[in-house]
Design a protein around this ligand. Structure first.
Ligand code: GLN
Length: 232
């Protein structure tokens, strides 16, 4: 390759690269931001655009997978059209670490309230997620979240950016709640958005309603890459 070859968004692996490989589902949504956050957290990010990017003859081709935000109905339909739902469900069943943010959280839910009719899901986390719970397009908002399990203790909260975000209405016994919105916040009670579950983990599956990939704080990606490293 010549000196003038531009740096690819997904650089090729080199044999000496000991970083874990994390796929980013790259059909729609904020793929680039997750790639940058994963690389900052010490992983090698690769695009997953087809089932063959995810699984090969030897099983999963990635050590972990990120499902970015976007539009869960669109992504679900693309996954169905590209025959990716069954392989994704299989890697989830086999215990691959997967992190879903926003639309990705919806895709990982076993149950969705407000789903579009026939909306395809991957499933895996025993929870009920309500789509567009915080409001639609214009109703995006931000809140400082305390989430020690995500590296955000009370004196160093995490900026949660919610964009047409879902919240979690119900979790099963195996699901850990990692973050909730604050109750008692001005207006939150009337808006119904106080004390809502916005980050969960069930075994190797992590999901957040918010978008930690925007901005330069990659603590959530650090936690996910750590989950990936522990398993690989
Ligand atoms: N409301 C979107 C959905 O239902 C999710 C929004 C997002 O990912 N920012 O898919």
């Amino acid at each position: 390759m010549g000196r003038h070859t531009p740096r690819a968004l997904f650089p090729a692996a080199s044999a000496s690269d000991s970083r874990p490989t994390v796929g980013v589902l790259a059909l729609q949504g904020d793929v680039r931001e997750h790639v940058l956050a994963l690389e900052a957290a010490g992983a090698r990010a690769v695009a997953v655009r087809a089932a063959a990017d995810l699984v090969g003859p030897q099983g999963a081709r990635v050590d972990g997978l990120v499902l970015p935000g976007g539009e869960s109905t669109t992504v679900g339909r693309l996954l169905a059209a590209f025959d990716m739902l069954a392989p994704l469900r299989a890697v989830v069943r086999d215990g691959l670490p997967v992190y879903g943010s926003c639309a990705g959280m919806i895709l990982l839910a076993d149950r969705v309230a407000g789903a579009a009719s026939g909306q395809p899901l991957i499933g895996g986390i025993d929870m009920t997620v309500r789509r567009n719970a915080f409001g639609r397009q214009v109703d995006s908002y931000e809140e400082e979240l305390v989430a020690p399990a995500l590296g955000a203790p009370a004196d160093r909260p995490l900026r949660g950016v919610f964009i047409r975000a879902p919240w979690v209405e119900h979790v099963g016994a195996c699901v850990e709640v990692l973050a909730t919105t604050r109750s008692g916040r001005a207006g939150a009670e009337e808006a119904g958005s106080g004390g809502r579950i916005v980050a969960v983990r069930q075994g190797p599956l992590l999901a957040t309603s918010f978008h930690p990939e925007v901005g330069s704080d990659h603590r959530v990606h650090d936690v996910f890459v750590e989950m990936v490293t522990r398993r690989s």
